[in-house]
Design a protein around this ligand. Sequence first.
Ligand code: FCB
Length: 461
Amino acid sequence: MSALAVSRVAPAPGPQRFRPDFWWGAATSAYQIEGGVAEDGRAPSIWDTFSTGPGRVDGGDTGRRAADHRRRYREDVALMADLGLTAYRFSVSWPRVLGTGLDFYDRLVDELLGAGIAPVATLYHWDLPQTIEDAGGWPARDTSHRFAQYAATVAERLGDRVRLWHTLNEPWCAAFLGYGSGAHAPGRRDHAAALAAAHHLLLAHGLAADALRAAAPGAPVSLALNLGVVRPLTPAPADVDAARRIDGLLNRLFLDPLFRGGYPADVLADTARVSDWSFVRDGDLAAIATPVDALGVNYYQPDLVAGNRPEPDPTTPYPAASDITFHRTPGPVTGMGWSIDPAGLREILLRIRDEYRDLPVHVAENGAAYPDRVDPDGRVRDQERIGYLRTHLAAAHEAYTAGVDLRGYFVWSLLDNFEWAYGYGKRFGLVHVDYATQVRTPKDSALWYRGVIRAGGLPTG
Ligand code: FCB
């Protein structure tokens, strides 16, 4: 029986309190914070290639120090402890592990445990070793098997101390942004390849779940999906159908094979002109449906969609969907231009329980970028971020009181970091990072979050 299979705990008293053992976390990923790209015998990843190549997105960070976390991890764990975090979600860099990088994660995990913080490890947060991309990348089936071997290697070393494993982070992004629109590494634009990548990522998850459990018996296994609510712009049939199709490709393409044992028939039909799905082999669906112990939900924004786009959209990440337009919902947006819709988080948490499985869930990422600056008095006054986090936590609490087995909430992100295609321009951290000096400054939101953690939930006001 896995460590997560403990009984449900009733909400603690008080209007917006969570269970006493709730994981109050923050999340990061290796490529976004570590730097140290040449240390530990680390091999290049697809993001090294993508962010330093033509159209570079590294913002001139030629040493690729990012937040220099590879060297400053002790200071960063001390920051986490100071905020009162009870869990920390980080990712293990596959290309670093191909060298001697496991030593680093070994030290990080011990440092976390020493500070009373539960280590939550993600095995794949998009930094595929370049050599594996050169051999075909995620559209190639062999990558799933290589991933399972890597998972076993990491679990053999860290499995006695990691408290929860996420095999994958957001396979939708890895497949559709990496191989469909090309907005992310490796920058390929081939929708058929993107569908194969999605399948091989899911297969990799299933194979890795078995490998993790074999290497570390009882290891709790999860994965983090970027899920969202998809709403039609108008009640017109074309818009309603667009919402069905995008919901299929964003949510059900991943949830159905994980929890129902097969791909949704409408998604197969919608994408038939792009791919015949012959990459799905006997036994794959059973491997993907290997039961998980928990599910991570990464939630940022809703999708508001319309059909009948006048000109096809050649940049869409979604296969067979170039006729669909994406709109902003009315109201404020974050620094990413993303619509703010906390109710969507409640809806998606309830949907998982009601339509898929009543299992332990974590909000594995939630947060917002704003153009923060350090004021002359040393403070970062990020009131908008506090508003974003407060309303989303309140929505998560509504799902919790409605009976969703919510076990934790992880703010994206602990630190300002490398925001993929946007480089360093977008700041998501609770803690501000001056990239020139690497000075860390907890923002007002960090101090607010510390208060929430101390109270065990949102203050009643
Ligand atoms: C998610 C990613 C994470 C970060 C946030 C803003 O899609 O998992 O690395 O970029 O978005």
